[in-house]
Design a binder for this molecule. Sequence first.
Ligand code: NDP
Length: 247
Amino acid sequence: MTSSTTYLITGANRGIGLGLTAALLLRANTTVIATIRTLTTSTSDLTTLPIAPNSRLVIIPFTLSLSSPSAVSESLLSTLAENKITKIDTLILNAGLGSSFFPTLQTTLASLLEHFESNTLLPIAFFQTLYPLLSTPSKLILISSSLGSIKDMEGATPTLAYGVSKAGANYFVRKVHFEHAGVVALAVHPGWVKTANGQNFADSIGVAEPPMTLEQSVNGVLAQIDGATKETTSGSFVSFDGSTVEW
Ligand code: NDP
């Protein structure tokens, strides 16, 4: 029997997460665990995706709880066990928030906290919870953003909450690269893509729409995921086209 490659993708119900899920399900012998925010999240787009022979889709809710983090972690692990998931080869930390784009003086602490929860703490919580299931070697892929680059900061664009939360997540990814020899850890900028998140940023800077299609982004991101190894891109920050993004 051919063994199955298992991916877990967060934020899989829409946007880039849905696109990655759709593309991976077209590969044979592939299990995709698609996590969604809550049981009430609409999964109709997910449940109608075509699935290749011997592949399967498992949909699981996971909401970060700062008050009882171990309870949600245990719930995720027990749901994976119920679905006979015993290992994860690639963890794609895609879920993220880009809901309000303001300059420093107009950015509220509430907005900073909200972006930190979704963009920094949620990826770390997933890695901590799922580490015991990660295969060796495994891949940890953060869908990051060039707006989190400190060196290549794009002038005075109004990105404090989003940018600082992505920069924090980038730090985590590079830290995992050095801490875990068996984990290929990579931050990937998916391009500026026509999704709700991408459109929010376009609106904030007065641009009609993001330049890239979902398909262009998904193809590029998957090429970076497939090609990542400990010796090559692990511990780095790359764009969907393989070019380096400065931290
Ligand atoms: P969308 O707004 O289309 O989708 C965001 C996804 O993240 C949704 O599934 C959403 O769930 C989920 N999510 C957000 N916060 C949480 C949370 N706290 N808990 C659980 N799920 C959460 O955006 P994109 O597809 O564009 O974004 C995907 C990733 O790509 C993000 O990390 C984003 O920062 C990054 N990115 C996107 C760019 C773009 O141009 N589109 C550019 C650079 C980076 P729900 O439906 O429940 O809200």
